[in-house]
Design a protein around this ligand. Structure first.
Ligand code: AMP
Length: 557
């Protein structure tokens, strides 16, 4: 029966199997991703039983990528993107170069020609968008500086791969050594220029036309009051722009969707648009993992254990060591470098596209493709482990941190003069939460000192004569500069509980009696903050619930 309905059977069998195996994986305390990937292996052509349509699975996966990138764009502004370019561009370029060289080296030992090694190396150099975003989202890292660098890095990799895909067919003859002499500089440079021109045309088009039209459409639809139409508009915009970008400008779906989201992020409706896309986004992300699993022949583990091991080592260690070194070289703290490394220690969708092209151009032996596919699935499976390791390393660093021996060497700072305030409240973070708190404290004439990372949001406070220290409160000397030792209390009003934990631990090391109140979003975060010395932890979601209950009670009274 399913022969007549390949789309339905692929979607249904994929989701059902992924659900069952994902739930089992969760039950035995491993990442559900592993379950999704195994569902793909079960549905794939290399295992007995039902075989799903690979082309359809692949296209479904592309929709997942579009929706995910659109979602990322929604949280990203052009300013964010430009603010990380100084590290993301050189970082991605050097890291791609290192991984490619390692790949060429491995290809050479396996007896492949240089062109094959090049395709192989490039395929190992580019991380999967879906895997990276899932990992960052799970850890609420997307909105942090580390998260922004990782996403910016990904965009640069994405652009590099778009160029590679265009260039490879043009250079295939040269790489195979056929008629190399006939290919002049023009033939090599021209496709690059054409591609860059198309990307530039797309970006300009989006900034000039898209920026006006897209928010206008969404506002218009929002005012009709139809939720259904609003949802439809969001999907139509994300998928439509991605498809249009690919057809008209030859850029990848992912890049097109990212720009559509970024344009929308300037509109106040962006949060609503993000929420509307969530359920479908999750469903299609699962199908992405299933479609990856389908490509893998599990027998390769027995057939080629050593080359496979070498491939996995390049993906997980080669790339991350390179990334770590570059990020540290740029003066970022170890925690940032480790997060970027863990984020990039995997490969995915672009690698599959690249190796398929390499094989069809007769550059890469089929063995190379199989190694990349198996390497991808293993690296995706191990990625949650990399993050767990990262958490453990960071926790260790944090524990060994004392005020005299700070955990983060961080960027060199001018020593801060300690505040003369005493019996004051130190408030960390002046965003949605902190600004309300500071207003109330000022009205009650309680002396306060604010530590805030982003300078723009505290300019007004400064003008009002409030003492403000700009910078990360977790950085060395910040709490001493705020004179927390003499304060009547510390309020940690930032959303990232991990960073919050660092701040709490440092303050606790300065004063054992200081009352510390911190902000959290989950039970785990509450435990984490309390473990580090917070007296009281307020969970935002619980307070919202309480306020809602109180409101309904009032309304009924
Ligand atoms: P919100 O989630 O809207 O309450 O905003 C949180 C605020 O805390 C933002 O203005 C951030 O710039 C700020 N923030 C986040 N992390 C830190 C940190 N480690 N040190 C100082 N300020 C921070």
């Amino acid at each position: 029966m399913h022969h007549n309905t390949p789309l339905i059977s692929t979607v249904v069998v994929g989701l059902v199997l992924a659900f069952v195996l994902g739930a089992i994986a969760q039950r035995i305390r491993i990442s559900p991703l592993v379950g999704y990937l195994l569902a793909g292996v079960v549905m794939g052509p290399f295992t007995p039983g039902y075989v799903a349509d690979q082309n359809i699975a692949h296209e479904l996966a592309e929709i997942g990528i579009i929706l995910l990138m659109f979602g990322v764009g929604l949280h990203f502004s052009l300013k964010d993107l430009l603010s990380v370019r100084a590290i993301a561009v050189p970082g991605a370029v050097v890291q791609i170069a290192v991984a490619t060289l390692l790949g060429i080296g491995l290809g050479w030992t396996l007896g492949w020609p240089i062109g094959g090694g090049l395709v192989f190396g490039l395929a190992l150099s580019v991380a999967s968008t879906v895997v990276l975003l899932r990992a960052l989202q799970e850890r609420r890292l997307i909105d942090t500086e580390r998260g922004r660098i990782a996403v910016g890095w990904l965009i640069v990799e994405d652009l590099a791969m778009v160029l590679t895909l265009v260039l490879l067919p043009a250079l295939a003859g040269l790489l195979k050594g056929e008629g190399g002499g006939e290919i002049g500089a023009y033939a090599m440079v021209q496709p690059v220029l054409v591609t860059l021109g198309k990307v530039a045309a797309f970006v300009i088009f989006m900034l000039v036309v898209g920026r006006r039209v897209i928010p206008w459409i969404l506002h218009y639809v929002a005012h009709t009051g139809s939720r259904e139409l609003f949802r439809l508009a969001v999907f139509a915009i994300s998928l439509g722009v991605a498809f249009g970008a690919a057809v008209l400008f030859d850029v990848s779906f992912a890049l097109g969707a990212f720009f559509a989201g970024m344009i929308l992020s300037e509109s106040e409706l962006s949060q609503r648009a993000a929420n509307e896309t969530l359920p479908l986004r999750d469903a299609f992300a699962v199908l992405f993992f299933v479609s990856v699993g389908m490509l893998v022949d599990p027998a390769i583990v027995l057939r080629e254990p050593l080359p496979l091991l070498a491939t996995v080592v390049i993906i997980i260690f080669g790339k991350s060591v390179a990334a770590f070194a570059i990020v540290r070289l740029f003066g970022y703290p170890t925690s940032t470098a480790l997060t970027i490394s863990a984020s990039l220690a995997q490969i995915g969708e672009f690698s599959f596209i690249l190796v398929s092209l390499g094989v069809s151009l007769a550059l890469l032996p089929e063995r190379g493709r199989d190694l990349v596919l198996a390497g991808a699935i293993i690296s995706i499976m191990l990625n949650p482990l990399c993050f767990a390791l990262l958490d453990r390393m960071l926790a260790k660093k944090e524990e060994s941190a004392t005020p005299e021996k700070p955990a983060e060497p961080a960027a060199p700072r001018i020593p801060l003069e300690a505040s003369k305030l005493s019996n004051h409240v130190v408030l960390v973070g002046h965003g949605r939460v902190g600004s309300v708190v500071s207003k109330a404290l000022r009205q009650a004439q309680v002396p306060i000192l604010v530590i805030e990372d982003s300078p723009g949001s505290v300019e007004k406070l400064r003008q009002e004569g409030i003492e403000v220290i700009t910078g990360n409160a977790a950085a060395p000397d910040m709490l001493q500069a705020a004179n927390v030792g003499a304060a009547r209390g510390l309020l940690v009003a930032i959303p990232d509980a991990f960073e919050g934990g660092q701040i709490v631990a440092k303050a606790r090391a300065i004063s054992t009696t200081l009352p510390i109140i911190a902000r959290a979003h989950s039970e785990e975060e509450i435990a984490h903050l309390k473990h580090h010395g917070a007296n009281t932890v307020i969970m935002g979601e619980q307070e919202i619930a309480k306020a809602m209950i109180a409101q309904i009670g009032l309304a009924g009274a």
